[in-house]
Design a protein around this ligand. Structure first.
Ligand code: 13P
Length: 265
Protein backbone atom coordinates (compact mmCIF):
# COMPACT_ATOMS: atom_id res chain seq x y z
CA UNK A 1 0.00 0.00 0.00
CA UNK A 2 1.24 3.46 -0.90
CA UNK A 3 0.87 5.39 2.31
CA UNK A 4 4.10 7.20 3.43
CA UNK A 5 2.13 9.95 5.23
CA UNK A 6 5.25 11.92 6.20
CA UNK A 7 5.86 13.09 2.63
CA UNK A 8 2.63 15.03 2.50
CA UNK A 9 2.00 18.41 4.17
CA UNK A 10 -1.57 18.52 5.51
CA UNK A 11 -3.84 21.05 3.78
CA UNK A 12 -6.79 22.70 5.50
CA UNK A 13 -8.85 24.44 2.83
CA UNK A 14 -11.84 26.72 3.40
CA UNK A 15 -14.45 26.78 0.63
CA UNK A 16 -16.56 29.87 1.26
CA UNK A 17 -19.03 29.02 -1.53
CA UNK A 18 -21.41 31.90 -2.39
CA UNK A 19 -20.68 33.89 0.76
CA UNK A 20 -18.67 37.01 1.69
CA UNK A 21 -18.34 40.06 -0.57
CA UNK A 22 -14.84 41.50 -1.03
CA UNK A 23 -15.04 43.75 2.04
CA UNK A 24 -16.20 40.87 4.23
CA UNK A 25 -13.43 38.76 2.68
CA UNK A 26 -10.78 41.25 3.79
CA UNK A 27 -12.12 41.20 7.35
CA UNK A 28 -12.32 37.39 7.44
CA UNK A 29 -8.82 36.84 6.05
CA UNK A 30 -7.37 39.38 8.49
CA UNK A 31 -9.09 37.75 11.44
CA UNK A 32 -7.98 34.29 10.35
CA UNK A 33 -4.37 35.36 9.83
CA UNK A 34 -4.21 37.14 13.18
CA UNK A 35 -5.80 34.22 15.02
CA UNK A 36 -3.24 31.84 13.51
CA UNK A 37 -0.41 34.29 14.24
CA UNK A 38 -1.47 34.60 17.88
CA UNK A 39 -1.49 30.80 18.12
CA UNK A 40 1.99 30.74 16.50
CA UNK A 41 0.69 28.46 13.78
CA UNK A 42 3.45 26.76 11.80
CA UNK A 43 2.27 27.09 8.19
CA UNK A 44 5.07 24.81 7.02
CA UNK A 45 3.60 21.94 9.02
CA UNK A 46 -0.08 22.56 8.17
CA UNK A 47 -0.92 24.60 5.08
CA UNK A 48 -4.01 26.80 5.32
CA UNK A 49 -5.86 28.04 2.22
CA UNK A 50 -9.07 29.98 1.56
CA UNK A 51 -11.37 29.81 -1.47
CA UNK A 52 -13.39 33.01 -1.74
CA UNK A 53 -15.76 33.93 -4.59
CA UNK A 54 -14.07 35.25 -7.78
CA UNK A 55 -14.96 38.87 -7.01
CA UNK A 56 -12.96 38.74 -3.75
CA UNK A 57 -9.75 37.28 -5.15
CA UNK A 58 -8.00 40.54 -6.05
CA UNK A 59 -8.67 41.97 -2.56
CA UNK A 60 -7.50 38.77 -0.88
CA UNK A 61 -4.36 38.67 -3.02
CA UNK A 62 -3.51 42.31 -2.24
CA UNK A 63 -4.07 41.85 1.50
CA UNK A 64 -2.07 38.62 1.79
CA UNK A 65 0.80 40.03 -0.22
CA UNK A 66 0.89 43.41 1.59
CA UNK A 67 0.72 41.83 5.05
CA UNK A 68 2.97 38.90 4.10
CA UNK A 69 0.47 36.45 5.55
CA UNK A 70 1.41 32.79 5.08
CA UNK A 71 -2.09 31.92 3.91
CA UNK A 72 -2.65 30.52 0.46
CA UNK A 73 -5.76 30.94 -1.65
CA UNK A 74 -7.53 29.72 -4.72
CA UNK A 75 -10.71 29.84 -6.76
CA UNK A 76 -13.86 27.72 -6.39
CA UNK A 77 -14.00 26.91 -10.11
CA UNK A 78 -12.12 27.57 -13.36
CA UNK A 79 -12.97 27.54 -17.05
CA UNK A 80 -11.91 24.58 -19.16
CA UNK A 81 -11.07 27.15 -21.87
CA UNK A 82 -7.91 29.25 -21.98
CA UNK A 83 -9.55 32.26 -23.70
CA UNK A 84 -12.10 33.20 -26.35
CA UNK A 85 -15.86 33.59 -26.72
CA UNK A 86 -16.97 32.05 -23.41
CA UNK A 87 -19.13 34.64 -21.68
CA UNK A 88 -18.99 34.56 -17.90
CA UNK A 89 -15.99 32.24 -17.68
CA UNK A 90 -12.74 32.89 -15.78
CA UNK A 91 -9.54 31.35 -17.12
CA UNK A 92 -6.80 29.59 -15.22
CA UNK A 93 -4.26 32.09 -16.59
CA UNK A 94 -6.31 34.93 -15.05
CA UNK A 95 -6.30 33.10 -11.71
CA UNK A 96 -2.56 32.45 -11.95
CA UNK A 97 -2.04 36.21 -12.49
CA UNK A 98 -3.86 36.73 -9.16
CA UNK A 99 -1.41 34.31 -7.46
CA UNK A 100 -4.04 31.62 -6.95
CA UNK A 101 -2.24 28.44 -5.92
CA UNK A 102 -5.31 26.24 -6.36
CA UNK A 103 -8.63 25.91 -8.15
CA UNK A 104 -11.40 23.64 -6.90
CA UNK A 105 -12.92 21.61 -9.75
CA UNK A 106 -15.92 19.32 -9.77
CA UNK A 107 -17.47 20.32 -6.46
CA UNK A 108 -20.73 18.38 -6.09
CA UNK A 109 -22.69 21.65 -6.07
CA UNK A 110 -21.31 22.45 -9.54
CA UNK A 111 -21.89 18.89 -10.73
CA UNK A 112 -25.52 19.23 -9.57
CA UNK A 113 -26.34 22.86 -10.38
CA UNK A 114 -24.36 23.11 -13.64
CA UNK A 115 -24.47 19.51 -14.86
CA UNK A 116 -20.69 19.20 -14.88
CA UNK A 117 -19.63 15.76 -16.04
CA UNK A 118 -16.38 14.01 -15.11
CA UNK A 119 -15.03 14.87 -18.58
CA UNK A 120 -15.71 18.60 -18.02
CA UNK A 121 -14.19 18.40 -14.55
CA UNK A 122 -11.15 16.69 -16.07
CA UNK A 123 -10.76 19.41 -18.70
CA UNK A 124 -11.03 22.07 -16.00
CA UNK A 125 -8.30 20.33 -14.01
CA UNK A 126 -6.16 20.14 -17.16
CA UNK A 127 -6.69 23.88 -17.78
CA UNK A 128 -5.57 24.63 -14.22
CA UNK A 129 -2.41 22.53 -14.66
CA UNK A 130 -1.59 24.33 -17.94
CA UNK A 131 -1.50 27.60 -16.00
CA UNK A 132 0.59 26.22 -13.13
CA UNK A 133 -2.38 25.99 -10.73
CA UNK A 134 -2.96 22.87 -8.63
CA UNK A 135 -6.50 21.58 -9.17
CA UNK A 136 -8.40 20.29 -6.13
CA UNK A 137 -10.48 17.57 -7.75
CA UNK A 138 -13.69 16.86 -5.84
CA UNK A 139 -15.35 13.47 -5.95
CA UNK A 140 -18.06 11.91 -3.82
CA UNK A 141 -21.13 9.73 -3.78
CA UNK A 142 -24.74 10.59 -3.02
CA UNK A 143 -26.70 8.76 -0.31
CA UNK A 144 -28.37 6.78 -3.10
CA UNK A 145 -24.98 5.83 -4.63
CA UNK A 146 -23.82 4.74 -1.20
CA UNK A 147 -26.79 2.45 -0.82
CA UNK A 148 -26.53 1.03 -4.34
CA UNK A 149 -22.78 0.80 -4.92
CA UNK A 150 -21.09 1.00 -1.52
CA UNK A 151 -18.69 3.68 -0.35
CA UNK A 152 -15.83 3.91 -2.81
CA UNK A 153 -17.17 2.77 -6.22
CA UNK A 154 -18.59 6.10 -7.40
CA UNK A 155 -15.75 8.37 -6.18
CA UNK A 156 -13.15 5.99 -7.65
CA UNK A 157 -14.93 5.96 -11.02
CA UNK A 158 -15.22 9.77 -10.98
CA UNK A 159 -11.50 10.10 -10.25
CA UNK A 160 -10.58 7.65 -13.01
CA UNK A 161 -12.55 9.65 -15.56
CA UNK A 162 -11.07 12.95 -14.43
CA UNK A 163 -7.51 11.56 -14.47
CA UNK A 164 -8.11 10.32 -18.02
CA UNK A 165 -8.24 13.99 -19.13
CA UNK A 166 -4.96 14.90 -17.42
CA UNK A 167 -1.31 14.64 -18.37
CA UNK A 168 0.54 11.92 -16.46
CA UNK A 169 2.37 14.42 -14.26
CA UNK A 170 1.57 17.69 -12.47
CA UNK A 171 0.49 18.18 -8.86
CA UNK A 172 -3.13 17.49 -8.04
CA UNK A 173 -5.10 17.37 -4.79
CA UNK A 174 -8.13 15.11 -4.44
CA UNK A 175 -11.05 15.95 -2.14
CA UNK A 176 -13.42 13.18 -1.11
CA UNK A 177 -16.71 14.86 -0.29
CA UNK A 178 -19.65 12.51 0.23
CA UNK A 179 -22.65 14.51 -0.95
CA UNK A 180 -24.75 13.29 1.99
CA UNK A 181 -22.22 14.76 4.44
CA UNK A 182 -22.03 18.25 2.90
CA UNK A 183 -23.82 20.87 4.97
CA UNK A 184 -25.80 18.15 6.73
CA UNK A 185 -24.01 18.17 10.06
CA UNK A 186 -23.63 14.43 9.53
CA UNK A 187 -19.95 13.89 8.74
CA UNK A 188 -18.63 10.55 7.54
CA UNK A 189 -16.83 8.56 10.19
CA UNK A 190 -13.05 8.71 10.15
CA UNK A 191 -13.05 5.04 9.12
CA UNK A 192 -15.36 5.73 6.15
CA UNK A 193 -13.16 8.63 5.02
CA UNK A 194 -10.04 6.47 5.35
CA UNK A 195 -11.57 3.61 3.37
CA UNK A 196 -12.43 5.85 0.41
CA UNK A 197 -9.19 7.88 0.62
CA UNK A 198 -7.21 4.64 0.46
CA UNK A 199 -9.18 3.49 -2.61
CA UNK A 200 -8.60 6.87 -4.27
CA UNK A 201 -4.87 6.68 -3.55
CA UNK A 202 -4.79 3.19 -5.04
CA UNK A 203 -6.50 4.57 -8.16
CA UNK A 204 -3.82 7.26 -8.50
CA UNK A 205 -1.17 4.54 -8.19
CA UNK A 206 -2.81 2.56 -10.99
CA UNK A 207 -3.43 5.47 -13.36
CA UNK A 208 -0.35 7.58 -12.61
CA UNK A 209 2.35 5.89 -10.48
CA UNK A 210 3.13 4.75 -6.93
CA UNK A 211 5.29 7.86 -6.59
CA UNK A 212 2.40 10.14 -7.57
CA UNK A 213 0.03 8.27 -5.26
CA UNK A 214 2.40 8.66 -2.32
CA UNK A 215 2.84 12.39 -3.00
CA UNK A 216 -0.81 13.33 -3.67
CA UNK A 217 -2.81 14.88 -0.86
CA UNK A 218 -6.29 13.50 -0.34
CA UNK A 219 -8.69 15.66 1.67
CA UNK A 220 -11.96 14.79 3.36
CA UNK A 221 -14.88 17.25 3.17
CA UNK A 222 -18.39 17.22 4.63
CA UNK A 223 -19.42 18.73 7.99
CA UNK A 224 -15.82 19.08 9.23
CA UNK A 225 -15.57 21.02 12.50
CA UNK A 226 -12.92 21.61 15.16
CA UNK A 227 -14.53 18.80 17.16
CA UNK A 228 -14.10 16.08 14.54
CA UNK A 229 -11.02 17.10 12.51
CA UNK A 230 -8.47 15.33 14.71
CA UNK A 231 -10.19 11.98 14.14
CA UNK A 232 -9.98 12.37 10.36
CA UNK A 233 -6.36 13.50 10.51
CA UNK A 234 -5.33 10.42 12.47
CA UNK A 235 -6.17 8.29 9.41
CA UNK A 236 -3.12 7.47 7.28
CA UNK A 237 -4.65 8.38 3.91
CA UNK A 238 -6.47 11.56 4.94
CA UNK A 239 -4.15 14.53 4.38
CA UNK A 240 -6.43 17.43 5.21
CA UNK A 241 -9.92 18.82 4.90
CA UNK A 242 -12.08 20.84 2.55
CA UNK A 243 -14.25 22.82 4.95
CA UNK A 244 -17.45 24.64 4.01
CA UNK A 245 -19.62 26.26 6.68
CA UNK A 246 -17.02 26.17 9.45
CA UNK A 247 -14.51 28.09 7.28
CA UNK A 248 -16.65 31.24 7.55
CA UNK A 249 -15.88 31.52 11.27
CA UNK A 250 -12.23 32.58 11.68
CA UNK A 251 -11.84 31.15 15.19
CA UNK A 252 -13.43 27.82 14.26
CA UNK A 253 -11.47 27.49 11.01
CA UNK A 254 -8.22 28.36 12.82
CA UNK A 255 -9.05 25.69 15.40
CA UNK A 256 -9.50 23.16 12.58
CA UNK A 257 -6.10 24.13 11.16
CA UNK A 258 -4.65 23.67 14.67
CA UNK A 259 -5.81 20.04 14.84
CA UNK A 260 -2.39 18.86 15.97
CA UNK A 261 -2.89 20.71 19.24
CA UNK A 262 -6.29 19.26 20.12
CA UNK A 263 -6.36 17.02 23.11
CA UNK A 264 -8.82 14.21 23.53
CA UNK A 265 -10.74 14.71 20.26
P1 13P B 1 -19.62 21.75 4.87
O1 13P B 1 -18.30 21.77 5.62
O2 13P B 1 -20.43 22.98 5.08
O3 13P B 1 -20.34 20.47 5.09
O4 13P B 1 -19.23 21.79 3.29
C1 13P B 1 -18.30 20.92 2.79
C2 13P B 1 -17.96 21.35 1.41
O5 13P B 1 -18.75 21.24 0.50
C3 13P B 1 -16.63 21.93 1.18
O6 13P B 1 -16.36 22.06 -0.17
Amino acid sequence: MVTETSRRTPLIAGNWKLQQDHLQAIALVQKLAWTLQDAKHDHASVEVAVFPPFTDLRSVQTLISAEKFDLRFGAQDVSEHDSGAHTGEVSAAMLAKLDCAYAIVGHSERRQDHHESDAIVGRKAAAALRAGITPIICVGETAEDLEQHGASAVPVQQLREVLAELPATGEIVVAYEPVWAIGSGQAATAEQAQQVAQALRQTIAEVRSDEAAAATRILYGGSVKSGNIAGFMREPDVDGALVGGASLDAAEFAAIARFKHHVGT
